[in-house]
Design a protein around this ligand. Structure first.
Ligand code: KIV
Length: 304
């Protein structure tokens, strides 16, 4: 398929200059809010990019919203690399972050390095994200020392949903909130360029954000983070299994898609699709010759 021309979506230029990770970090000091959205394929990556979103996260949420799993736990590195590569073919401006799936970084620094490198070499990502606090600090340091930019992720880390007993708000006690803030600072010192803070009270996220030099990107963490991230399928109304309180639906593409497909179904059944404008013509003379040829008796094949 041809490249989307600039202005393909609502007149917004599809490509400007590629953003860099230092520019994302610098936005915190400039008090510019940072927008981040997930995407998992080339079509939506082009649209998210054209909308001017600063970072695209190829999240392991794809396990739930694309692959139909109940959690993100079953997602594999091969799933992630395939989708991340598609996103990098579509997005030209946003900083691209590949999400390390469960089991791809816990077994040790070497395995984490090998898997993180796949995101950069095979999938065109600029950075990787991994979940956890103090327990992943050594891994983060190893990745950063080896040239891989890392985004942290604390709070409700969905790969631990079984331990949490469900998708529950975290850091509600003073003690747990203190641990979360300490984890954020430890991740920053290990070299993370930003940290996702998910599903924690707004006041806790605000305290973490003001203690960090790097951007805090909130999801269900209030308005005082340096930026916000949401899951694309929640935003566009394409995922109805459950709706987290923090997810705002900006469009109902699910209903629009259903209506379009019902129209296709109706029009095929009643013969209104395809119309002449969707069909190919043959010259009258060619058609007449074809008819004459078809009217000729079929000659038996010679048997030698
Ligand atoms: O996988 C994902 O989409 C995420 C975001 C919810 C931050 O980790």
């Amino acid at each position: 398929m041809a490249e989307q021309p600039a202005g393909a979506y609502g007149g917004v230029p599809a490509v400007q200059r590629k953003l860099t990770i230092p520019e994302i970090v610098g936005m915190k000091a400039e008090r510019k809010r940072i927008t981040t959205m997930t995407a998992y394929d080339v079509a939506f990556a082009r649209i998210v990019d054209a909308a001017g979103i600063d970072m695209i996260l190829v999240g392991d949420s794809l396990g739930m919203v694309l692959l139909g799993h109940a959690t993100t736990v079953p997602v594999t590195m091969d799933d992630m690399v395939r989708h991340a590569a598609a996103v990098s073919r579509g997005a030209k401006r946003a900083v691209l972050v590949g999400d390390m799936p469960f089991g791809s970084y816990q077994a040790g620094r070497e395995e984490a390095l090998r898997n993180a490198a796949r995101f950069l070499k095979e999938a065109g990502m600029d950075a990787v994200k991994l979940e956890g606090g103090h327990e992943v600090v050594d891994t983060v340091r190893a990745l950063v020392e080896n040239g891989i930019a890392v985004m942290g992720h604390v709070g409700l880390t969905p790969q631990r949903v079984a331990q949490f007993g469900g998708f529950k708000v975290q850091a509600r006690s003073a003690e747990a909130a203190r641990r979360l803030i300490d984890d954020c600072v430890a991740l920053q010192e290990a070299g993370c360029f930003s940290i996702v803070i998910e599903s924690v009270p707004a006041a806790v996220a605000a305290l973490a954000t003001e203690r960090l030099r790097i951007p805090a990107i909130g999801i269900g963490a209030g308005a005082d983070c340096d930026g916000q991230v949401l899951v694309l399928h929640d935003v566009l109304g394409l995922f109805g299994e459950f709706k987290p309180k923090f997810a705002k639906r900006y469009a109902d593409l699910g209903s629009a898609a259903l209506e379009a497909l019902q129209r296709f179904d109706r029009e095929v059944r009643d013969g209104t699709f395809p119309g002449a404008e969707h069909s190919f013509a043959i010259k009258d003379a060619e058609l007449a010759a074809l008819r004459r040829a078809l009217d000729e008796p079929v000659r038996p094949k010679k048997v030698s």
